[in-house]
Design a protein around this ligand. Structure first.
Ligand code: CTP
Ligand code: CA
Length: 225
C-alpha cells in the first residue's frame, strides 16, 4: 500500500547528512573517485524530511534531484565536504555519514594537464581526513551514524568501525554484488549499535531509508528517557 503520510517521528530534530562520492583532482581534466551514486543518502534525506526533520544534505557530485524541503550544499573534494560539514554541525543533533569519501587525494594537483610520456606514471597520494570521525569527536557531539561499505567480513569490519570512530550506530552494506549497494536501486543493511543489531533485508533504498530512520529514532528516544 502507498503510504501518503509518514508519521512525523523526527519533528524537532535537525539532521545533517553527507551523500555521494567525493572527487579528487589529479590535474584540470582528471580525477580519482568511486562508484557511489548518492541514492542511499538522498533517500535518507527525503525520508527524514517526510518524517518531520529539518534536513541539510552535503552532497558530492551526483545526478539526483534535491528532495523537497531539503537544504542541499554541493561540494566536490573531501576537503570541501569536511569544511561544509563542520560549518553546519553545531546546528544539527544527528549526523549521518552516507558519503563514499575518497580515502586518498593526490599530493600535488598539477596546474596543467599532465602529458603522457613513453614511460609509466606514478601518483603520490596522501590520506584524506575522516569526516565521520571528526564529527564524532566534535563537541557538542551529534548522535552519529556511519556507513560501512565492505566486500567481505561485513559484521567484523563494521563493528570495528563503530568502535574505532566512536559512533552511535553503523549501517553496513555488502558492496561485493552489483545488484545491491553502490550505484544500485536496492540495498540491504546490517545496522549495529552498542547494545544491539538488526538486519534490514534487501529492498528499495526508499523503504530501507525509512527503516533505518525508525531505528535511529528509537535509539534517540531511549537516550532521552
Ligand atoms: N568516511 C568519512 N571520511 C573519510 C572516510 C570515510 O567520513 N575520509 C565515512 C563514510 O562516510 C562512512 C564511514 O566513514 O560513513 C565508513 O566508510 P568506509 O569507506 O566504509 O570506511 P573507512 O574508514 O574509509 O575504511 P576502509 O575504506 O579502509 O574500509
Ligand atoms: Ca573508505
Amino acid at each position: 500500500a502507498v503510504q501518503f503520510f509518514a508519521p512525523k517521528i523526527l519533528t524537532g530534530y535537525s539532521i545533517l547528512l553527507t551523500a555521494g562520492p567525493t572527487r579528487e583532482a589529479i590535474d584540470p581534466v582528471r580525477y580519482i573517485s568511486n562508484h557511489s551514486s548518492g541514492k542511499m543518502g538522498f533517500a535518507i534525506a527525503k525520508a527524514a524530511a517526510d518524517m518531520g526533520a529539518n534536513v541539510s544534505l552535503v552532497s558530492g557530485p551526483v545526478n539526483l534531484a534535491t528532495p523537497a524541503g531539503v537544504n542541499r550544499i554541493d561540494v566536490t573534494s573531501t576537503k570541501d565536504m569536511l569544511d561544509a560539514v563542520m560549518a553546519e554541525v553545531d546546528n544539527h543533533s544527528i549526523f549521518i555519514g552516507c558519503a563514499a569519501v575518497a580515502d586518498y587525494r593526490v599530493a600535488k594537483v598539477a596546474d596543467e594537464k599532465i602529458k603522457k610520456s613513453s614511460s609509466d606514471m606514478q601518483l603520490a597520494l596522501v590520506r584524506n581526513p575522516d569526516i565521520l570521525a571528526t564529527v564524532a569527536s566534535h563537541t557538542p557531539r551529534p548522535f552519529t551514524i556511519g556507513f560501512a561499505a565492505e566486500t567481505q567480513d561485513v559484521e567484523r569490519y563494521a563493528k570495528d568501525k563503530l568502535v574505532r570512530k566512536n559512533l552511535d550506530m553503523i549501517a553496513a552494506n555488502d558492496v561485493s554484488s552489483s545488484e545491491l549497494g553502490f550505484n544500485a536501486d536496492s540495498n540491504a543493511l546490517k545496522v549495529i549499535w552498542a547494545k544491539g543489531q538488526q538486519d534490514l533485508p534487501a529492498t528499495d533504498k526508499h523503504t530501507l531509508a525509512k527503516q533505518l530512520l525508525e531505528l535511529i529514532a528509537e535509539q534517540i528516544h531511549i537516550l532521552k528517557d
